[in-house]
Design a protein around this ligand. Structure first.
Ligand code: NAD
Ligand code: TYD
Length: 361
């Protein structure tokens, strides 16, 4: 079998970082299936748009016929599923898309993959992997002194987003136990880094600060998240693909818990130095406490001991080095931010990919 993989959702934040590093490392061909929702941005993949090892296909993971065709044509040795609706606030305002993509879509993807895998010869069946990228939010919320989430922590999702991801994790588990599909699931903490859509905390704060807008802190800002630099997450996924045991779940995290208010104050301090406000005041003046998110989870924390002990993965970046790279990227890529916040990125498809119109229809 060749080293071709199919990645879903590879035009989004983590998927694009994963595809870019996969190609950069020369690991093989990537067929990138993405629906290009508001969160999908082909500009993220500009660096590899003419690389023959990257094949972009515009489509939905719920389209089983398309998936069957792609699997038959490209004969991948693995499928890595990033495709999802991923924003908690959006899931509160409109949960339906989350059920459709995260639950129904994952189901159709699993069905197509099961059919493909079932007709492979024994060696290829043995080596094939379906890797499902999931979140620590499926485990629910922790109290201040609770132990961090291990892989055996009970599922207790609290938002429509986390409930839909929990449902997809259960489907993946069931396809392993019932059909023997060689699945892998990774449950990761909050990512940050380049190409992060500015609706999520870190890119939103950088963007709003520079635009002179309020920096909204939900509730008292004391909620805690465990932050991981996106490239470390990508490295963990590569390692799990390479050496993870079929049917297993691996928690991935940065050992880096921080309250939201601390994240925002750190960003303000960094921007005060790198891009001082014209009036000489601190960006912290723009911090605004706003009404809390309904059902806001208090604390997430990942115990990443299993992946460290069994697969030898550890994050390379500290929060200090990762956030430095991130702020630098946003300051250097203000055009990307402008295109995203103005909606111009949606036209990017037409202007840059017209020669591949067939695939993007
Ligand atoms: P994102 O919202 O930035 O990107 C999602 C991508 O999926 C977009 O390109 C979108 O167009 C595509 N997509 C959506 N619906 C689709 C469909 N039906 N068919 C094909 N493509 C579709 O999300 P992200 O932050 O990159 O997250 C990727 C995955 O990682 C998600 O499964 C998410 O649950 C998980 N995750 C994210 C984080 C995080 O901090 N961002 C942490 C842990 C796990
Ligand atoms: P977010 O980036 O949306 O990720 P998630 O909800 O998946 O953890 O939010 C991270 C934390 O920041 C979360 O506790 C909610 C909070 N938050 C704010 O306080 N203000 C904001 O404007 C946003 C987007 C998030």
């Amino acid at each position: 079998m060749n080293q071709t993989i199919i990645v879903t959702g590879g035009a989004g934040f983590i998927g694009a970082n994963f595809v870019l590093s996969w190609i950069k490392l020369g690991l093989g061909t990537v067929v990138n299936l993405d629906k290009l929702t508001y969160a999908g941005n082909l500009e993220n993949l500009e660096a590899i748009q003419h690389n023959p090892q990257h094949i972009f296909v515009h489509g939905d993971i719920a389209d089983q016929a398309l998936l069957a065709k792609l699997l038959a044509e490209y004969q991948p040795c693995a499928v890595v599923n990033f495709a999802a609706e991923s924003h908690v606030d959006r899931s509160i305002h409109g949960p339906e898309d989350f059920i459709q993509t995260n639950v129904v879509g994952t189901f159709h993807l699993l069905e197509a993959v099961r059919a493909y895998w079932g007709q492979l010869n024994e060696e290829h069946r043995h080596n094939f992997r379906f890797l499902h990228v999931s979140t620590d939010e499926v485990y629910g919320s922790l109290g201040k002194s609770d132990a961090a989430f291990t892989e055996t922590h009970a599922y207790a999702p609290n938002s429509p987003y986390s409930a839909s991801k929990a449902a997809s994790d259960h489907l993946v588990r069931a396809y392993h136990h019932t059909y023997g599909l060689p699945t892998l699931t990774t449950n990761c903490s909050n990512n940050y880094g380049p190409h992060h859509f500015p609706e999520k905390l870190i890119p939103l704060v950088i963007h709003n600060a520079l635009a002179g807008q309020p920096l909204p802190i939900y509730g008292n800002g004391q909620q805690i998240r465990d932050w991981l630099y996106v490239e470390d997450h990508c490295a963990a996924i590569r390692r799990v693909l390479e050496a993870g045991q079929a049917g297993e779940v691996y928690n991935v995290g940065g050992w880096n818990e921080k309250p939201n208010i601390e994240i925002v104050r750190t960003l303000c301090r960094m921007l005060d130095v790198k891009k001082p406000r014209a009036d000489g005041k601190s960006y912290a003046e723009q911090i605004t406490f706003v009404e809390d998110r309904p059902g806001h989870d208090q604390r997430y924390a990942i115990d990443a001991t299993k992946i460290a002990n069994e697969l030898g993965w550890k994050p390379k970046e500290t929060f200090e080095s990762g956030i430095e790279k991130t702020v630098h990227w946003y300051l250097e890529n203000q055009d990307w931010v402008k295109n995203v916040t103005s909606g111009e990125y949606r036209n990017w498809v037409q202007t840059h990919y017209t020669e591949r119109g067939e695939e993007l229809a």
